[in-house]
Write a protein that binds this ligand. Structure first.
Ligand SMILES: [Zn+2]
Ligand SMILES: [Zn+2]
Length: 254
């Protein structure tokens, strides 16, 4: 598959020196799609249709709320709620009034098991979809491809990656998976080796920082210096599960 290269945003993300540059790319895309969701494009019939159908996950609904564009958000929620009510109506009716269903589509009253299954299917779909998550997922491969391309073609990038802070575990997994699918030969082996090395070094670094943090609570260290460990806990959380968006409320240090 041919991807369009996105070298500028990739370099920008690696220059931030965060715990995960791929998270920085993720949050950049996330910001763009959140702005689109409540911006002028929200009135575009295609976007409107997708918003109504997919809705948003909890994190993205909270971020949309924090954007303080109350009327566009309320209008979007109104039509999305109407769409959900429409989808739930038929399976709910089967559970509330199974006998009544006989006169409609069914020759016999559906069993309770069947009716619950229908309702769970509809709920399962609504509870697992998000327009922003979906748009990010469909675009992330371009950035992973660019990272691997730069690693192969640009020695300066390779140096930046190998001397960097590694990646969060979900993006460590994403890079390994993407490299396994797309790289071949010696460079594939080099990439696996460099990626594992930088990840391992940085997990040890964080372990040291969080250990130092815990020691600062010992009465013998009353005047001790937290140093870089001050925000080690939120950074470890970010390393384990992905760094939080600047648009979310974030996690307090100390
Ligand atoms: Zn990440
Ligand atoms: Zn989402």
């Amino acid at each position: 598959m041919k991807y369009h290269l996105e070298t500028i945003p990739v370099w920008e993300a690696f220059h931030r020196e965060d715990e995960c540059p791929v998270c920085a790319i993720y949050h950049k895309l996330e910001g763009e799609y959140l702005d689109t969701a409540l911006g002028g494009a929200a009135m575009d019939p295609d976007i409107r249709l997708m918003t109504n159908e997919l809705g948003f996950c909890r994190d993205h609904l909270e971020m949309l709320y924090l954007m303080r564009k109350r009327l566009p958000l309320a209008l979007m929620l109104l039509t999305h709620l109407q769409e959900i009510e429409k989808d739930l109506a038929a399976p709910e009716k089967l559970l509330i009034d199974p006998e009544g269903a006989k006169s409609g589509l069914f020759r016999r009253a559906p069993s309770e098991e069947e009716s619950v299954r229908r309702l769970l299917d509809v709920l399962g779909k609504h509870n697992s979809t998000c327009l922003v998550c979906d748009q990010i997922a469909r675009n992330m491969d371009r950035y992973l491809y660019t990272i691997l391309h730069l690693y192969q073609k640009d020695p300066q990038f390779r140096e930046t990656l190998t001397a960097g802070k590694g990646f969060c575990l979900p993006h460590f997994e994403a890079l390994l998976t993407f490299a396994e699918k797309t790289l071949h030969g010696a460079v594939r082996q080099e990439f696996f080796r460099d990626l594992c090395k930088v990840e391992k070094e940085n997990l040890y670094r964080l372990e040291g920082e969080v250990e130092h943090f815990t020691k600062m609570f010992d009465f013998r260290n009353v005047k001790g210096d937290f140093g870089s460990s001050k925000d080690a806990v939120p950074r470890v959380i970010g390393k384990l599960r992905g760094t939080p968006s600047e648009r979310s409320d974030g996690i307090e240090t100390l």
